[in-house]
Design a binder for this molecule. Sequence first.
Ligand SMILES: [Zn+2]
Length: 410
Amino acid sequence: MIQFCKNCLYSDQHPLGIIIHEDGICSGCKVHEEKYKFDWKYRLEKLKKIVNKYKSKRNNYDCIVPITGAGDSYFIIHIVKNILKLNPLLVHYNNYYNTQLGIKNLANLRIKFNCDILIKNINPEIVKKITRYTLRKLHSDYWQSLAGHTVFPVQTAEKFKVPLIIWGAHQGTEQVGMFSHMQEVEMTRRFRKDHDLMGYEAEDLIKPENDITYEDIYQYIYPTDVSIKNIGIRGIYLSNYIPWDPKSQHEEMIKKYGYKTCNFNRTFEKYDHTNCYNYMDIHDQIKLFKVGYSKVTDHAVREIRHKRLDRNTGISLIKKYERKKILFDNLFFKWIGIKDQKNSLIFDVMKNNKYWLRKDVKKYKFNGLSKYLKYEKSKNKKTKKIYFINNSNINLNEIPNYITFGKGIK
Ligand SMILES: [Zn+2]
């Protein structure tokens, strides 16, 4: 029996692990409630005290901030520069799936915040080779992106001897309430390996069955524990000190700094992954194959918890979006050099038989988690209309092509 939370739309099948308590409410919703209970002014003061110790006295950077140009990048830098008064070094791992809009947002961010930025471009042929393997072996188009985004900041901290790394939200805390905000959980090698990298560190990709060598993966190797300890590298999450609310944060960034947004085919959300052709497309499709729900569920849950969306509307939105056709799979397959993917079984082997019932060759019946979500009979409850701003008028489908490198305007 699949058990769903009474408040949000997550079930006990969540891949990060969720606990549904006796009152029917999940651990994620319980931890979310802390956002309304805690003294967040006090917590911000606590954060200021923590970071003040890292202000450089030797004309070095005070901290490192990993950015993608989308997601929470603008908000994190806004807090770091304007509220915490730190001088950050921004670091960006290029995953090569860039949209035109993502490049624009990244260029605009550089100008508006006037920061130094370090961009890592790993040889694309190596990134493709690794991706061909992780797609087959781990069913992931995104291993390289997550591995690069989570290792490059730590390598930079080591190289420049800047011990403090500042991240936005901790996914385990925000989605499933793995930790209380009070625990002030910090970045660990372990969480990265288990959750971001699906149990595979870079070294684990070298196998007799493939031609991946140490030369291919050394750029993704995490600094040693000894080095981390000697420099005192730590990564903190702003979401433990600031009540995290991506929708209102993004809207503040749109107003203050001109962050640009766009429509997506597979969700009602318009702010999060504007930088990437894959995240809300092939990556989202694979998520539905493997875990029986897609990103639109994450978005609906987040908005229900923030009390901007009611449960029934959330269910309708999930059903409306989760199985929409993906648009950019050809782009991805062309990039990694796989031909004739239409006839291959590459997607079929990814389908979890719990959520996809096989009827015939290449024919499956969808039995994902939304099939078990029940509408509530509500008499007096008004449905809430949720609104997201699209201020770019860019249709990602108009000029579909990965932008390898971007250049700034200034
Ligand atoms: Zn819940």
